[in-house]
Design a protein around this ligand. Structure first.
Ligand code: ZN
Length: 450
């Protein structure tokens, strides 16, 4: 009897042969009979990882092969002749995929203070985006210029709360004036020039909840000008969740900007039945032309649920499965983490291994290839990262080598800082940042800007 996994791997092997000639250099040679034939030549590279299953991030089935890296980029993958003298790493039959991209975190202060990024590297994370839910430093330029050397790539969003405070001279209630709106627009434009990827907002939080729809549409004109995106923690994640989502869609449509719906959920049991309609709203918005996606973390409880009755969970298992399987939803962590690596929620240490161990392997909600796609190519597309999120020649060598049969989160509600298991190696821009359970202290991460 063959298992589903073996069957999928077998299917994958069939596609290898079709990829060979496309994925590496070829030259024409004449055969004895005089006809031209493609003969592959060894790729230019600094090192090669051999004996791996490749999951390239596009959603295509896994296939066996090897991957070559030159400098900070992938130079070949699939099957190709080995150059005469080059360092070869044995992948031991494990799975190599693009490094995981976490579009929704609150790690900016932690990362800026130079703390260990082992909690993220140990999950296979190679890129994070901070400044979510409206909370970011006010001076983005200064923040990015003083960033220490990082072992992961990092991008920032500009937060609405900070813009408000800049324009209003502090944390104040009330609606902004037209002059204050202009001031916010100017600061937002400055932030884009300094390198942010988008505007974030946390409409459920005081005093961000004073923002009115029209004001946000006006702010999003700046987002549009700089080709960024609008990341929204919507106005209600509970009883008013559907009208809050409708507002996000309206803002995207009227401003003409892509929308990232942060940590999708219908909180509290009485709202769980609304979830299928919310997914339908996403589909309808997309088919009417809006570029809208959502992110989800693979837990049924939020950080505010921690310490509460475990049965007051904010999400149902069923809705989490619906979100995970939906084509407009991908994975992110919503990680918050504090001095010394303290964490309130286990997702800071477990988010991505939990997707692969629980949702893929245990519950079989989605395939391994789909899950990788939702942690790599999809978030890369939202961030307009044209050379990350996929394994292909010319793309940055952000790589994770993991054990698909073992990878799992260990952190729990009680013990939130236990490291995940199953990630063997992580490379950031061609250099190894995580090796057999240890940080290499190689700081090869880049600040991501447009
Ligand atoms: Zn949020």
């Amino acid at each position: 009897m063959i298992t589903r996994r073996q069957f999928i791997l077998g299917m994958g092997a069939l596609t290898v042969s079709t990829l060979l000639s496309a994925s590496c250099g070829t030259r024409k040679v004449l055969t004895k009979t005089g006809e031209e034939k493609d003969k592959p030549k060894p790729p230019e590279c600094d090192w090669i990882i051999d004996n791996i299953w490749i999951i390239d991030g596009t959603g295509k089935p896994a296939y066996q092969g090897k991957l070559a890296v030159k400098g900070d980029k992938i130079s070949a993958l699939g099957d190709f002749p080995l150059p005469p003298s080059v360092r070869i790493i044995d992948g031991e039959g494990l799975t190599l995929s693009p490094g995981f991209i976490d579009i929704h975190t609150h790690t900016e202060d932690y990362v800026h203070s130079g703390e260990s990024l082992a909690p993220f590297l140990s999950q296979g994370v190679t890129t994070q985006v901070g400044g979510n839910c409206g909370n970011s430093p006010k001076d983005i330029r200064g923040f990015l210029e003083t960033m220490p050397g990082l072992s992961i790539n990092y991008g920032m969003l500009m937060g609405y709360r900070s813009l408000r405070e800049l324009a209003m001279g502090g944390r104040k209630p009330g609606k902004t004036t037209p002059a204050q709106l202009t001031c916010m627009q100017e600061h937002l434009a400055e932030s884009f020039k300094a390198g942010v990827l988008g505007l974030s907002i946390g409409l459920e939080y005081w005093p961000q909840n004073y923002a009115v729809t029209e004001e946000i549409i006006e702010l999003c004109q700046v987002v549009k000008e700089y080709k960024g995106f609008y990341a929204t923690h919507i106005r209600s994640e509970y009883d008013q969740v559907e009208s809050a989502l409708a507002e996000a869609i309206e803002i995207g449509n009227k401003a003409g900007v892509p929308v990232q719906y942060s940590h999708i959920k219908a909180g509290y049991k009485r709202n769980w039945s609304k979830f299928p309609n919310m997914l339908k709203m996403l589909e309808e918005a997309k088919s009417s032309g809006l570029d809208i996606t959502a992110d989800v973390y693979p837990y049924t409880y939020s950080s505010t649920d921690i310490g509460r009755n475990p049965f007051s969970h904010s999400m149902s298992e069923e809705n989490l499965a619906r979100a995970a399987a939906h084509s407009q939803v991908f994975f992110a962590s919503d990680t918050g983490i504090y001095t010394g690596g303290r964490a309130i929620h286990p997702r800071a240490y477990g988010n991505f291994p939990r997707v692969l161990g629980k949702l893929v392997r245990e519950k079989q909600i989605i395939s391994l290839e789909e899950a990788v796609h939702k942690m790599t190519a999809l978030p890369a597309k939202r961030l307009r990262l044209e050379n990350r999120g996929i394994l292909a020649p010319g793309y940055k060598a952000d790589l994770v080598l993991f054990e698909p049969e073992k990878i799992i989160d260990k952190a729990t509600r009680k013990d939130t800082t236990l490291f995940s298991e199953g990630v063997r190696h992580v490379w950031i821009n061609g250099k190894r940042a995580w090796e057999n359970g240890q940080e290499t202290k190689v700081y090869n991460g880049e600040i991501l800007t447009y």
